[in-house]
Design a protein around this ligand. Structure first.
Ligand code: OMD
Ligand code: FE2
Length: 443
């Protein structure tokens, strides 16, 4: 029952590249996509992630050559997953203040990746193809004969604890904390937890579900033709299929999120039955250790847009549906500068998480696995401890090391779910971290 994949996974390099990959040599038709009979009598199937007529530089689609087309499944039945919410919940009274959550406890977790998903906050509307959700997953069980497909958006996975083995229609990817993965809308996948399976305990991580335009690399402007996340460091899987795909004895359950509702259908065969594929729509992984970080080498603290890994544009240029921004290890060398983030209020709304280490604006209170939310025009900035240290410390070159925070930044306010607002992990004392900032004005 194990997937037919090599033990050391191989990947194809490049963001949005036209890849071509065969699990069995000769399985890809040559010179055309849809011959009268495809090699080995595989079924050609197209998946398009953009409208057919999207501009060429945005157009994403792939051709899959599979043992059975996706349409072969049993009937769908409604299924409950009340904790995975879709779009802004307008019934929630949105607090106008900074919010923070302590790490969600892992004790007593008994769920796979799908059942263990918890929406912390969401905005926009999947139907309107705009907005994002910020979820946390807490899971201790691999999806074995269970697969998932999300029709509502793409999923950006940010593991915080434990590796994920992502078996997808297009092959297998493995990601560990520090790495991320993006699974396109509509691509079937399942999540294995190699570390949990080995007894290391539950896995935890963050997910950005993007209902809007697909994540892409940001423009580099005056930075030039290299830097930040380099395209070649994004890795797509090689084609792989499950060995038992034709065995009639091994049922599968396919879970589908469709317009915010969950459905399940029995399948007689594994949906991971793609023998070859080609195209530029594919799941990818990326190691944030490869991010070429740029910062000030003179003075002042740059805007965090300098740390954008991927961006999902909205229809207003420069005002993203969502930016995925990281705060990786880096040197701070600025002279006569308050080096942490300044105090600020922004048009954009900021959901933050911490994969490991300490975040320089909140050395104490923001813990790995926790989250914070600073919505549009909600004031925030360094806590008292960070302010004191940064105002009085000597300004030698200093490495911020062993740290990885990130931000899902959106033009739309994130509305926390009722569950998140009632959670015992909600930090009711968050505002206290600024309460001691004194008026030190001495004219
Ligand atoms: O609020 C935060 O911690 C995120 C952030 C970091 C930064 O360096 C500048 C602005 C900003 O919103
Ligand atoms: Fe901020």
């Amino acid at each position: 029952m194990t997937p037919e994949t090599p033990t050391a996974l191989r990947y194809l390099s490049g963001f949005g590249n036209e890849h071509a990959t065969e699990a069995v040599p000769g399985a890809l038709p040559q010179g055309r996509n849809s011959p009268q009979r495809a090699p080995f009598d595989l079924y050609p199937e197209l998946i398009s992630g953009t409208a057919f007529t999207a501009p060429r530089h945005e157009n994403r689609r792939s051709w899959l050559y599979r043992r059975q087309p996706s349409v072969v499944s049993g009937r769908y039945q409604a299924m409950a997953q009340p904790h995975w919410q879709t779009g802004a919940d307008r019934t929630v009274a949105l607090p106008p203040e900074p919010l923070r959550w302590h790490p969600m406890p892992l004790e007593g977790v008994d769920a796979d990746f799908i059942d263990g998903m918890r929406t912390l906050a969401a905005n926009g509307d999947a139907e309107a193809q705009s907005g994002v959700a910020a979820h946390l997953y807490l899971a201790n069980r691999s999806m074995e004969r269970r697969a998932f497909v999300n029709a509502d958006g793409e999923l950006l996975l940010v593991p915080q604890q434990g590796r994920l083995r992502l078996t997808t229609e297009m092959g297998v990817l493995e990601v560990k904390p520090g790495e991320i993965a993006v699974i396109p809308r509509g691509v079937v996948f399942k999540v294995g937890l190699p570390d949990s399976d080995a007894g290391a305990g539950p896995s935890r991580g963050y997910v950005c579900e993007n209902y809007g335009a697909q994540f892409r690399l940001p423009e580099l402007g005056p930075i030039g033709s290299n830097g930040l996340a380099n395209p070649r460091d994004f890795q797509a899987p090689v084609a792989a299929f499950e060995a038992d795909a034709s065995g009639a004895d091994t049922g599968y359950e396919l879970v589908k999120k469709f317009g915010g509702s969950f459905w399940r259908a029995p399948m007689r065969h594994s949906p991971f039955n793609v023998v070859a594929w080609h195209g530029n729509l594919a799941p990818v992984k990326y190691d944030t250790a490869n991010f070429m970080t740029i910062g000030s080498i003179s003075f002042d603290h740059p805007d965090p847009s300098i740390f954008t890994v991927l961006t999902s544009p909205s229809d207003t240029p420069g005002t993203a549906n969502c930016d995925f921004v990281i705060f990786p290890p880096r040197w701070l060398v600025m002279e006569d500068t308050f080096r942490p983030p300044w105090y600020h209020r922004n048009l954009m709304s900021e959901f933050m998480g911490l994969v490991y280490g300490e975040y320089d604006a909140k050395p104490g209170g923001f813990k790995p696995g926790g989250a914070s939310l600073h919505n549009l025009m909600v004031p925030h900035g360094p806590d008292e401890e960070a302010f004191d240290k940064a105002s009085h410390g000597t300004l030698e070159p200093r490495k911020l090391d062993h740290t990885l925070a990130f931000m899902f930044e959106s033009r739309y306010r994130f509305i926390p779910t009722a569950w998140a607002l009632q959670s015992p992990t909600l930090d009711l004392n968050y505002a206290d971290c600024w309460a001691g900032l004194k008026d030190q004005f001495q004219p």
